[in-house]
Structures are given as C-alpha cells and as structure tokens.
Design a protein. Sequence first.
Length: 200
Amino acid sequence: MTEIVLASNNKNKLSEIRGILNPGKVRVLSLDDIGFKGDIEETAETLSGNSLIKARAVWKKAKGRVVIADDTGLEVDYLAKAPGVYSARFAGPQCSFEDNNRKLLKLLKGVKTADRGAVFRTVVAVKYGDETEETYEGRVKGRIALSEKGEKGFGYDPLFYPETSGKTYAQMLPAEKNSLSHRQKAVLNALKGIRKKLHI
C-alpha cells in the first residue's frame, strides 16, 4: 500500500481527502502520524507557492514518502478575486471560519445575486522521495449565498453554491460535496500524476 503524507492536521481536510482517495490502495497519513511538530508559515503570494512551502517542509520528515500539500482560495468576482490566497485568514490572524464568513457577507451586503460570482480553487503540490515536485489545480465556479445555508462542511462551505447545484457545500453530504468539489478535482489530478510516477 502506498503511504501519502498530507501536510495538515486539519481533521475536516483529512477526512475529505481520505474519502476522495482509494482507501484500499492509498493510506493517507497526517502530520501527527509522522511526528511532525511546529507550524509552517505560508508566506507565498500564490496558492501554488504556499502548497509547495508546506510540501517541502513536511518532506524533510517524511522518510521518503510522497507528500501532498494543498492551499485553497475563494476568489470573489465583486471583490477583485479576494480573499484568494488570504482566504484562511481573511478576517485577521487567529480568525475563525465564522469570522471569515461574517466579513465576506458584510462586504457583499446589498450586492445582487447576479454579481456574486466566485471561484473556489485548490492547488495540490506533490513532492516525491527523489525530490521532484509537481502541482495540480482544481476549480469550481459558483456564487456566494445571501446568508449562510447548511450545517455541514467547514470554512466558506455555508456560503458557496457550486453553479451545478442549488445547494451550498454545507447543505451536502460529504460524498455529494466530494463529487463536485474543487479539492476533489485537484486531488484526483494529483493522484493521476502519482500513479504515473510510481507505477501504481
């Protein structure tokens, strides 16, 4: 079985990615699983840059395993593609998901539905035991809701309607969200590359 280290301890993200990858052939390990301690400072100005920073930092402790790291951004058309690379800390340092959602809704107050277009983007970086690196992207177009809808998911999920659905991510069961999500697209693209590279 191929072991892949995910450069995260985010339980929501781990669960989502484990659900996307084939559990019979790929085992996804967390940072805790490999004994990685400490924070990784994301200082890049792009999603791909931040995902590579994380992958490189974890790779040093991964003992030859494949490392994947992702960075995700919500790009809102009305806000000139903000929050983008700053999505996780949109409302400031140590902010919560709720803080970010409140700020986004405040900035879009009074904006018509037709003008609330947005794109969710995920970039996955993969670093192999031989030090080679690759990045893969997934994106989903949609719009921002007028108010939070749904209790599932995390982050901006209660506010994002994929254009192919009348429900927000937070109103969907995990399998339904995974079938539509930007993260699934990026992870599956990365998995194709991993299979080709490792012949699995």
